[in-house]
Design a protein around this ligand. Structure first.
Ligand code: HEC
Length: 448
């Protein structure tokens, strides 16, 4: 089975490398033919760069957004060009840390720019960040209405809305966390079809991200979903039931920047700040083919974590199932010292270890659940072993480290460390596993 997963990846990697090489050849040919590069092939704001910024940055870097500056037009963008170049070239912006060239690259809700777009921005700034042809009309950013639910057009209004407890956010101050438990009012098990988290009104300028967990009989019962500005929500794959259990409560964990990061809400107090979860359920009586759960997988014992001052640390965990599964998403979790995570699968039948995902510049500022596209999500035979690793850096080289002189232990305070992963797992039987494997073989054969 690992062959099927690997094949998909190799063919992808090869084709993008080919594109890159032919692009280079093309621009070399133009440069040779003309003596020097002509103005026409230089990226300008109106000729490409505005589209890249409008489609990938303005959602946060707009009036009322969480970005510290606005990029809505050339006049706003131009002064920041060198910093934009740096942040784009280093892949720090858009903020989505996931390694290129390793494992599955086919993700849903992936904010990363293509190498081609990165090159355009870099070349544009090197050329002096020119405006370009005044006759070209720049298309305005196509931003969704922040007050409307993403899935409303297709699925209508949510079946259930669960609001957080309102909170007044001061005009200025340090980061704030709002953690509390609310009732859902759901009295029987339901199958989730889609889910989205949305801050109301002015809240969107100050809510950095919001996690929500299910809470059942006083215990964490799995992650519900998570919000960061720019996310449109999550659709559960076809034929799959992710259960919202009867009588579950929801535990909110909302991270806010009072006053906004700088662009807009500065100096403005926000009253009754509320974040809402919208849930779309399948009809009662829906008979799913598969069950999915979003569960926490620990990597060793958190209580064992002891990271010396100026030291490093690593944890790993292993999991296997007695039936085949499909892994639909992966989200590593740690705090300020954690700086990398990886996900591999060992197949005892072949002795091969398959790379699935790696994040080598992890930061607790942005929590991402990496959702594998349905045709790429790893299919795992019974007995294959998930290998989850996380690395910690308590030295001064770690830019997120508040104090390298401290001993760091396992715990839930921001200054402590954690070691776990969230995985969305769809449980299969042998027949379904074979059917899904065959489907992929066929799809691969058709694209070759
Ligand atoms: C999901 C929201 C989001 C998106 C999308 C986003 N940014 Fe940002 N950006 C932020 C936030 C929040 C900050 C400030 C905190 C930080 O640096 O992480 C920031 C900071 C920056 C900074 C300033 C860094 C500094 O050191 O002062 C630059 C430059 C920047 N972003 C450029 C971009 C560009 C260019 C894009 C698109 C290619 C982009 N951002 C996309 C949210 C976003």
């Amino acid at each position: 089975m690992d062959k099927v997963n690997a094949k998909k990846r190799q063919s992808k990697g090869a084709s993008s490398r080919k594109e890159g090489a032919s692009m280079k050849k093309l621009s070399l040919a133009i440069a040779l033919a003309c003596g020097t590069a002509t103005a026409a092939d230089e990226p300008t704001y109106t000729n490409g760069v505005a589209d890249i910024i409008n489609n990938n940055c303005v959602v946060c870097h707009q009036k009322g957004g969480i970005g510290p500056m606005t990029f809505e037009n050339y006049e706003q963008v131009r002064p920041w060009a060198p910093l934009i170049q740096y942040k784009v070239a280093s892949r720090e912006m858009p903020p989505y840390s996931y390694d290129h060239g390793i494992g599955i690259q086919d993700l849903q809700g992936d904010w990363r720019l293509t190498q081609e777009d990165i090159d355009s921005v870099v070349n544009w700034v090197n050329a002096g960040a020119p405006y370009g042809d005044r006759d070209i009309v720049v298309q305005p950013p196509n931003l969704p209405d922040p007050n409307e639910w993403t899935f409303a057009a297709d699925l209508g209004q949510p079946n259930l809305i669960i609001p957080s407890v309102p909170l007044d956010i001061p005009a200025n101050g340090n980061d704030m966390w709002h953690k509390h438990i609310v009732d859902s009012g759901v009295t029987e098990d339901r199958c989730i079809k889609a889910i989205q988290v949305k801050p109301l009104g002015h809240a969107k300028a100050v809510v950095h991200h919001a996690n929500s967990n299910l809470y059942i009989d006083g215990q964490t019962g799995g992650m519900l979903t998570e919000y960061a500005m720019g996310k449109w929500g999550e659709l559960v794959p076809n034929e799959v039931c992710r259960t919202f259990p009867a009588n579950a409560q929801v535990r909110w964990d909302i991270h806010m920047f009072p006053g906004g990061v700088g662009a807009t809400a500065q100096g403005q107090m926000i009253e009754n700040n509320v974040v809402e979860i919208g849930l779309w359920f399948h009809e009662k009586g829906f008979e799913p083919k598969y069950k999915q759960d979003l569960s926490l997988y620990r990597l060793g014992n958190q209580a064992d974590i002891v990271i010396p001052p100026h030291g490093t640390y690593m944890t790993q965990g292993f999991h296997s199932f007695d039936h085949p599964v499909r892994i639909d998403s992966w989200q590593p979790h740690g705090h300020l010292r954690m700086n990398a995570a990886s996900f591999e699968i060992f197949h005892p039948s072949t002795g091969r270890t398959e790379e699935i995902s790696q994040v080598s510049k992890w930061s607790a500022t942005w929590h991402h659940s990496h959702i594998f596209s349905p045709m790429s999500a790893p299919l795992v035979p019974a007995g294959s072993v998930l290998i989850l690793k996380q690395w910690y850096d308590n030295t001064a080289d770690n830019p997120n480290n508040p104090d390298p002189d401290m001993w760091v232990v396992g715990g839930s305070r921001t200054g402590d460390e954690m070691t776990h992963n969230w995985l969305a797992v769809t449980h299969l039987d042998d027949e379904e596993f074979d059917r899904l494997s065959a489907q992929r073989m066929l799809a691969d054969a058709n694209t070759d």
